[in-house]
Design a protein. Structure first.
Length: 287
């Protein structure tokens, strides 16, 4: 008795494009799925849901293709007609969602475009992100000429990771663009965290803007610099990568018993570089 009542139910219907010419590249998904709301007796609804009565709807490429716009559009009414051919005559289609089917194509126009990652990746507090790798770095993009000219980068779907302590490798889909096809449609992204360590290095103090015939001597002649660096990169850090100076102009404009030190340069692989002392004793000698 229950199954003899009238119901509305959503059924999934696949749509696929057929008879695509060999010189055509579809730049949108060739297959899609629609949610079709059907009204009928419970027995009929159960047949649709639990049997293979409903088969994929074939969209003939040439019937709907617009050669100028390089896209095809199947209207809601046409979708209902094509889907209705598989239903029992007693069934009524209430709605089809999405309300139309649009596919894009071109004649093989493509170019390689670099990939960039979207999202936020943060290492654990005692680590830092030593490196990131995306491969392939470039993907082949098929689209119309105007769209290709407007794309500078291809972006991944948003990826958010926090507190990573070990190497992470993710397979990340590329962010879809209507009418654009990517080969491949996803990339691998790897992240390489490294342990942070605090280190020191002794660097000679140099004088700048000294007048001719004068020499600046500092006591001590070297100063210690503290910094944070990844454990794997510490061996790359050399004292000559740092520059600590005393500016003679400062001594002229602000006479003092001690001269101020300035950290002018340090390698970009370190962070938090700072002088252990900021002023030292000095002596100016006349040659």
């Amino acid at each position: 008795m229950t199954l003899n009542e009238t119901y509305e139910a959503d059924i999934s219907v696949s749509v696929r494009i057929v008879n695509v010419p060999r010189n055509i590249v579809l730049t949108t998904e060739a297959d899609d799925t629609f949610r079709v709301t059907v009204r009928d007796k419970g027995f009929t609804i159960a047949t649709y849901e639990y049997s293979d009565k409903i088969r994929p709807v074939a969209i003939n490429f040439s019937l709907y293709a617009n050669k100028v716009a390089e896209k095809g559009t199947v209207t809601q009414g046409e979708l209902q007609r094509l889907i209705g051919q598989q239903l029992y005559t007693s069934s009524k289609i209430v709605s089809v969602k999405p309300d139309k089917f649009v596919y894009y194509y071109n004649y093989g126009l493509s170019k390689r475009i670099p990939v960039k990652m979207r999202g936020r990746v943060m290492a654990h507090r005692s680590y830092y992100l030593a490196g990131t790798r995306i491969w392939p770095h470039n993907v082949l993009v098929y689209a119309s000429r105007n769209v290709l000219d407007s794309i500078r980068y291809v972006y991944t779907e948003e990826l958010n990771l926090v507190n990573i302590e070990d190497t992470v490798v993710k397979d990340v889909p590329l962010r879809k663009i209507p009418g654009v096809k990517f080969i491949p449609s996803s990339v691998k992204v790897s992240f390489y965290p490294d342990v942070l360590t605090e280190e020191t290095v002794d660097v000679p103090i140099q004088a700048i803007n000294m007048p001719a015939g004068k020499v600046l001597r500092t006591f001590p002649s070297k100063v210690r610099i503290k910094f944070t660096v990844g454990a794997s990169k510490f061996r790359m850090v050399k004292p000559e990568m740092f520059s600590v100076v005393v500016d003679y102009h400062d001594l002229e404009n602000h006479p003092s018993d001690k001269c101020q030190l300035h950290l002018r340069a340090f390698p970009n692989i370190v962070s938090g570089a700072r002088l252990e002392i900021k002023a030292v004793d000095y002596l100016i000698e006349q040659q």
